[in-house]
Write a protein that binds this ligand. Structure first.
Ligand code: SF4
Length: 228
């Protein structure tokens, strides 16, 4: 019996580059705990959650555009996609008239460069290219706090890292054997406490990286006791 591949949410790429264990916890356990950072992020996203479009200086701004990639098994939504057309006097969304597409992602905080934001944006570009058969060479991250925009180029290295991350994320999905209802749950990546990063993680209380991390005290003592 053929099994349909489950589409991974685009936002998981952001989690994966932040910390693979965080992404795995969300995939395997379905855990998502709101903290101040995710709540602020949700508020920033609110205004871009209303689907629609407007035209500004000959550029169409598409809000909350659903996107997907069958090739990669991804789906999600772009906050904003800027669409430019070959004929500036004919600003209608027709694929034959499409010149370029540029995804723009809204983020909380000041203008800073994060690989996780860039990979999430790159995955959006890969979806847009597959859906509209148009090249998407760059996008932008808009930082709400500083109200500044940072351009991101989707070069070969970023595309490669993004696709590799999708493959690794997919390996976290529980492999099911529907015939006898046995599920094989993949092993979670070990916690690795990093000061600053872990305190800002909304899964901190669930993950307990200081207690469960590979170099946690209990494990060290056990190794010393049994000389392993
Ligand atoms: S608390 Fe730290 S180690 Fe645990 S999931 Fe979050 S970022 Fe990763």
């Amino acid at each position: 019996m053929s099994q349909e591949r489950e589409a991974l949410p685009l936002s998981l790429l952001n989690d994966y580059f932040y910390c693979p264990r965080r992404a795995a916890l969300k995939v395997v356990e379905g855990w998502r705990s709101a903290n101040e950072h995710t709540e602020r992020g949700d508020i920033v996203h609110e205004h871009s959650d209303l689907a629609g479009y407007e035209v500004v200086k000959g550029v169409m701004l598409l809000r909350a555009l659903p996107v997907f990639s069958e090739r990669l098994g991804l789906s999600g939504k772009c906050d904003i996609v800027e669409a430019e057309f070959r004929s500036a006097s004919n600003v209608k969304f027709e694929i034959s008239n499409l010149k370029s597409l540029k995804p723009v992602e809204f983020k909380v905080g000041c203008r800073r460069e994060f690989e996780n934001d860039d990979a999430q944006l790159c995955a959006q570009a890969l979806c847009l290219e597959e859906m509209f058969n148009v090249s998407v060479p760059r996008g932008a991250v808009f930082h709400a706090q500083s109200k500044r925009r940072r351009d991101v180029e989707f070069n070969a290295a970023l595309r490669g890292r993004t696709e590799q991350a999708v493959t690794e994320l997919r390996a976290f999905l529980p492999q099911s054997e529907m015939s006898d209802l046995r599920f094989e749950i993949p092993k979670l990546p070990p916690a690795r406490y990093i000061a600053g990063r872990c305190e800002e993680c909304s899964l901190f209380e669930i993950c307990l990286p200081k207690a469960t991390g590979a170099d946690n005290r209990a494990e060290r003592l056990t190794r010393e006791l049994f000389q392993i």
